[in-house]
Write a protein that binds this ligand. Sequence first.
Ligand code: H2B
Length: 108
Amino acid sequence: MTDLASRHCVNGRTKLDDAAILALLDEVPGWLLVEEGTALTRTFAFADYWETMAFVNAVAWIAHGADHHPDLSVHYNRCVARWSTHDAGGLTENDFIAAAKVSALLPR
Ligand code: H2B
């Protein structure tokens, strides 16, 4: 078990193979593989819009620091986050690191 949330995103990472994806998926509970294993998604539920936007801004802060950016669907009391590495055309370690950093924003 690596401490994914404390690792750093690095540009230029290559696409992971299926075995590596499945191994890393175990380390980010709540995140699901979608789009034929080329993206990672998780829905975060909140009490209201204010809480949702606080989360969105925290995610933006992480994304800016990591230079790795998620797609976010923002709703009144939930946010759907989706990670994929467009430069690589699929999932890289960066997506799992970033997902772990986002999960760490919230209590387990
Ligand atoms: N975010 C995501 N999700 N995938 C990328 O491939 C990516 C990114 N590339 N953020 C970064 C920016 C790259 O385009 C810049 C030039 O660093």
